[in-house]
Design a protein around this ligand. Sequence first.
Ligand SMILES: Cc1ncc(COP(=O)(O)O)c(C=O)c1O
Length: 305
Amino acid sequence: MGSSTYNFLPYAFRKGDFVPFVEANVSVATHALHYGTAAFGGLRGVVKEGKTLLFRLDRHCARLSASARYLGADYPSNFFEDVISRFVALNKPESNFYIRPLVFTSDLGIAPRLHSIEYDVVVYGLLLGDYLPPEGVSCRFSSWYRSEDRSVPGRGKISGSYITSSLAKTEAVSSGFEEAIMLNAQGKVSEATGMNLFMVKDGVLVTPSEDQDILVGITRASIMELAQDLGIPVQQRPVDKGEVIQAQEVFLSGTAARITPVNKVEQYIYSTERPITNLLKEKLFAIIEGRDPKYQKWITTISHA
Ligand SMILES: Cc1ncc(COP(=O)(O)O)c(C=O)c1O
């Protein structure tokens, strides 16, 4: 997919100011471009009646602030909340979109390091519908393992770490699948290329725990809270590959994927009866679209006026 297939929002944030998106460029010598020394976030904006609804803005900004800490960059969470709110109000998007904030080492020149270096923050957006087919995806187990925390801090959304996701995604697609499930160095199930994994086993919702080299997803945390509120038992624990094959339901979760069912893993096909996946999906969509007053606290509304 080339860049021409995207509809970018007209204004971006760069060097502390808003500029037309086409002017928000960097030099080819930018440090982060060479070493992956950047941290990013990703949020969806839902446009409804001249307003934008943002799901869990505070959590996204807190995670970005914590991810930037690995780079040695000190940006408080409320800095991102303020910039993103102003970004939305300025762009006044007309349909649902995605926001990408990024903190990066902006010095020109060489030498991988995180000291004696400058940073910049960019925020840009693009119109976005479904990221994965809503009817579900086919997955394979990747031959690429998710990095261990002692090599790459997985709790941070660090740009350089996405080489593993990229290798895994392309391996999956080129071998006839739509998504990849990565194991960790212990051979336990970790996550998909940009989504966390859940399975339903005998009525219990199970997801790999935070010590399984996952990115600690905001959608994941929200789904677990929703499930508990609905009386569905939840377990966070190490998960074996064989358990995923035996599960009654498997789905992926993330800002881009929301809840996307897994139709099959390798040659194993799941039933299209997915009571728990469907219930959680319906609930999550209602919340994200501002239709559930009980979870209004998860939504930030920004007026386009
Ligand atoms: C590797 C990875 N895992 C999981 C997720 C899901 O996280 P969230 O629900 O916060 O979007 C993402 C997306 O941010 C991701 O990139």
